[in-house]
Design a binder for this molecule. Structure first.
Ligand SMILES: [Zn+2]
Length: 364
């Protein structure tokens, strides 16, 4: 798929919940809550019911099969920054990691300490002072207990929190990740509805005015939830500023045309981020093409609730690379442009050295 391929959105850990021995319903909502209670594999003892493991072997297997050179590890819900640091130390040529306030969040969910933005930012600051960590995300940190309380936050309150997070990003010269929407809509007790920045990516403009030097990565390119609104608004933010990057790994081939055909976005602002390792699958529309405004997309990443929790590792790269390949063939996309999307832009953004100089387009 390219000269040097980097997936910017990979979940390289897995959480063993052992639903067989639990009373809770094995559904996605219960799973995301239990994930915050997990103990790291090397610290866990037999009393720990929920344990987080490094999924390194499976990840390296897929990287080899699909010729993916590097990945950016994302914490998502409750994955361990501690284990991410170890993973990067074990494979510094293959992994980098994004940081989140892992300890602050866990203590809040356990009811040990109320969530506090200043402590969350101290934690981010400490994390980003280590070489393993190159950015803040997935999504902008928030108090995970708002989900329990179904508490909607005002923009004024959230804006103050985000300024503090941006202060840390600016200090360490790293990107932040905005995550518009949630999988399958997320309209019930979900940060996708409760937080203004998750409801509306347009708020990114307010922060960018104050912190123009902090780059933004848009998780999933806004394709989660209400994709017609979130993709369109993500593209408007990316068209406004050059240092805003859209992850297109979950786009179907036709949808890639939206940012690529926009003369103010194009291949310099698109990056390959898929969500490898997340609990969702690619579902296909039997018509296999978009036939109208109210049609279901030809291929969409989703959780199918009626099937229950998925036990297998979805083949993220098989499905996503075929969509990008289809787009590239249909539009005769020059390889130089594809190389930017598949890795070149991220090398520049995250200061990653590819194996050789002059692999990506540059002009004197
Ligand atoms: Zn993710």
């Amino acid at each position: 798929m390219g000269r040097f391929v980097i997936d910017t959105h990979v979940h390289g850990q897995r959480v063993a919940v052992n639903f067989e021995d639990r009373e809770e319903k094995p559904d996605y909502a219960t799973l995301s809550k239990l994930m915050w209670t997990a103990e790291d594999e090397d610290l866990a003892d037999e009393d720990d019911e929920v344990v987080t493991y490094r999924n390194t072997e499976r990840l390296l297997y897929d990287m080899d099969i699909y010729d993916v050179d590097m990945v950016a590890l994302q914490p998502g819900f409750g994955f361990s920054d501690r284990l991410h640091e170890k993973m990067v130390e074990e494979h510094p040529d293959k992994f980098v990691a994004f940081a989140h306030p892992y300890e602050t969040n866990r203590k809040a969910v356990a009811g040990e300490e109320e969530w506090d933005i200043d402590r969350a930012c101290e934690e981010l600051d400490e994390r980003l002072s280590k070489d393993a960590f190159v950015g803040i995300g997935e999504m902008l940190p928030f108090d995970p207990t708002i989900v329990e309380r179904a508490e909607r936050m005002s923009w004024e309150e959230r804006h103050d929190q985000l300024r503090k997070i941006y202060d840390v990003a600016a200090k360490h010269d790293v990107p932040v990740r905005w995550h518009p929407g949630s999988v399958n809509g997320g309209y019930e007790r979900d940060p996708g509805t409760l937080l203004p920045d998750r409801r509306d990516i347009k708020y990114a403009i307010d922060l960018h005015l104050e912190y123009p030097e902090v780059p933004i990565i848009i998780d999933h390119g806004g394709v989660q939830g209400n994709w017609r609104k979130n993709v369109e608004e993500s593209c408007n933010v990316a068209a406004t500023y050059d240092n805003v990057y859209i992850e297109i790994g979950n786009y179907w081939s036709d949808l890639i045309k939206r940012p690529m055909n926009d003369p103010n976005i194009g291949p310099e602002q698109l990056i390959f981020g898929t969500d490898w390792g997340a609990s969702w699958i690619a579902a296909r529309n039997q018509a296999n093409r978009t036939t109208g405004e109210y049609d279901y997309p030809p291929q969409r990443w989703t959780q199918i609730k009626s099937r229950g929790l998925q036990a297998h590792q979805a083949d993220a790269w098989g499905s996503t690379m075929r969509q990008i390949d289809e787009y590239a063939r249909e539009t005769d996309l020059p390889a130089d442009e594809l190389n930017l999307i598949m890795g070149g832009n991220v090398c520049r953004l995250l200061d990653i050295d590819p194996p050789h100089k002059r692999l990506f387009p540059e002009y004197i």
